[in-house]
Design a protein around this ligand. Structure first.
Ligand code: HEC
Length: 151
């Protein structure tokens, strides 16, 4: 493997590894501006732990049944969990969200679904899927993580 590729991978790994758990120290980049590696690290943290890379717990209105995406969609995004009221969590992997959907989910459609509960076809999702109140950056980063990292 060439040196350049290795260092990019190392940087991405580092961004995940140094994720802040206390939330007390300053952000590395200004609000709304993040490198791709930082965006993915933040999105992964939100998806798997329910906390962004500043350590803030994500919230939904009304309050979510579980505080993190992975609790309902599984860490790999495969979903299929049976939840109260007959809801079944969606498969969020690329094939299910993009290849097999009409219209395919885009970043913008994912951001809309996550924040307003309106799906790619314009229909409301089951209310068990929380309507998340996220900052612009967190919304972007978790949608970007789902779209690009769940295979
Ligand atoms: C309390 C359980 C729960 C949590 C937590 C949760 N979801 Fe969901 N989600 C669901 C359910 C259930 C559905 C399917 C809704 C339906 O069938 O109408 C869904 C659907 C979705 C969809 C639409 C998929 C499609 O095919 O239309 C997306 C996107 C999504 N969730 C992303 C997320 C993300 C990102 C998070 C974390 C920020 C999250 N979800 C957290 C339960 C949950």
């Amino acid at each position: 493997m060439r040196a350049k590729t290795r260092s990019v991978l190392a940087a991405a790994g580092l961004a995940v590894a140094v994720g802040c758990s206390s939330g007390s120290h300053a952000k590395p980049s200004p609000p709304g501006v993040s490198s791709t590696a930082a965006a993915i690290a933040n999105g992964q943290s939100i998806f798997q732990t329910g906390r962004d890379s500043d350590g803030s717990q994500i919230i939904a209105k009304p309050p979510a049944l579980y505080p993190k995406c992975a609790a309902c969609h599984r860490v790999d995004g495969s979903g299929g969990l049976h939840l109260p009221g007959g809801a079944v969590s969606a498969d969020l992997r690329y094939k299910a969200l993009v290849t097999e959907q009409k219209p395919p989910y885009t970043l913008a459609l994912l951001e809309r679904a996550i924040s307003t509960g309106i799906d790619n076809t314009g229909q409301p999702l089951n209310p068990v899927m929380p309507r998340w109140r996220l900052s612009k950056r967190d919304l972007h980063d978790v949608a970007y993580y789902v779209l690009t990292k769940l295979k």
